[in-house]
Each structure stands twice: as structure tokens, then as C-alpha cells.
Design a protein around this ligand. Structure first.
Ligand code: FES
Length: 147
């Protein structure tokens, strides 16, 4: 059994240690804001924060997380006042919306590490896929959130 923390709460998953974190979050914890896009680490829809880093949760097994701290989009959304989410709304970023939670998690981690990212910093740090191509609005929202 693996024990770690998700959104400030201790969790113990009685699942195979090779289970990807994405499925533990969605199936065992009902944290369905973290999305399944590709399952192979390419799209970024499943991005969460683990110990301050933006990580694709389809690529991490729960067996690797003993004692670590995971944050999902649900924690960011608790009071709806996270600067990235406010900027997302102000810049009208979402289109179909499927990539949004992963994008927002990646953006929140970037701003924590780099409070004044340039457009090239953003392009370098965020390699999530948006199938609607909202990248210009995503860049504007991240820079707005950083202001
Ligand atoms: Fe994890 Fe696409 S579902 S990167």
C-alpha cells in the first residue's frame, strides 16, 4: 500500500503499485478534473503538481509516490480565485476545454517558479497540447496572471 498526500489530505490506495496516478485520482479519489487524453505522456491533459513540479500523471505510478505531495486542479479551484484561473476567464481562453485543467496546472507551476515569464519562457515551459489551438490566449493569460 502506498501512502502520500493529495490536495492536503493523506491517501492510501489499495491498488497495484504500477497503477498510474491518473487512474488512482480519477477512479479511487473521484478527482476527475485531471483528464485522460493520450495516456502516453504526449498531451499534458493529465498534468498535476507533485512536490512543486508539473508532472504528467499518466506517467507516474502510485508506487513512486510514497510520502510525496500531489496537487490537482480541484485544489486550485477551491475558492475560484487562483490568479491563473482569473486570467483564464479574463482572456476567454477555453474553447472545447478538454486541455484546460492540465494547462492551468502547468501555468500555475510556471508562475510559482518564474513570476515574470516571457512568451519564450512560456513556450519552453508549457508543452501541453490544445487541440483547438488557443495558444495565443494561453500565453496572454499566463502573462496576465503573472502581473
Ligand atoms: Fe497524460 Fe496525455 S494523458 S500526457
Amino acid at each position: 500500500m502506498t501512502r502520500f498526500t493529495v490536495n492536503d489530505r493523506p491517501v492510501e490506495y489499495r491498488m497495484d503499485e504500477d497503477t498510474p496516478l491518473l487512474w488512482a485520482l480519477r477512479d479511487a479519489s473521484n478527482l476527475t478534473g485531471t483528464k485522460y487524453g493520450c495516456g502516453t505522456g504526449d498531451c499534458g491533459a493529465c498534468m498535476v503538481e507533485i512536490d512543486g513540479e508539473a508532472i504528467r500523471s499518466c506517467l507516474v505510478t502510485i508506487g513512486e509516490l510514497e510520502g510525496r505531495f500531489v496537487t490537482t486542479i480541484e485544489a486550485l479551484s477551491r475558492d475560484r480565485s487562483h490568479p491563473v484561473q482569473q486570467a483564464w476567464a479574463a482572456e476567454n481562453v477555453p474553447q472545447c476545454g478538454f486541455c484546460q485543467s492540465g494547462m492551468i496546472m502547468a501555468a500555475a507551476v510556471l508562475i510559482k517558479k518564474n513570476p515574470d515569464p516571457s512568451k519564450s519562457d512560456i513556450d519552453e515551459a508549457i508543452n501541453n497540447v490544445c487541440r483547438c489551438g488557443t495558444y495565443p490566449r494561453i500565453r496572454e493569460a499566463i502573462q496576465r496572471a503573472a502581473r
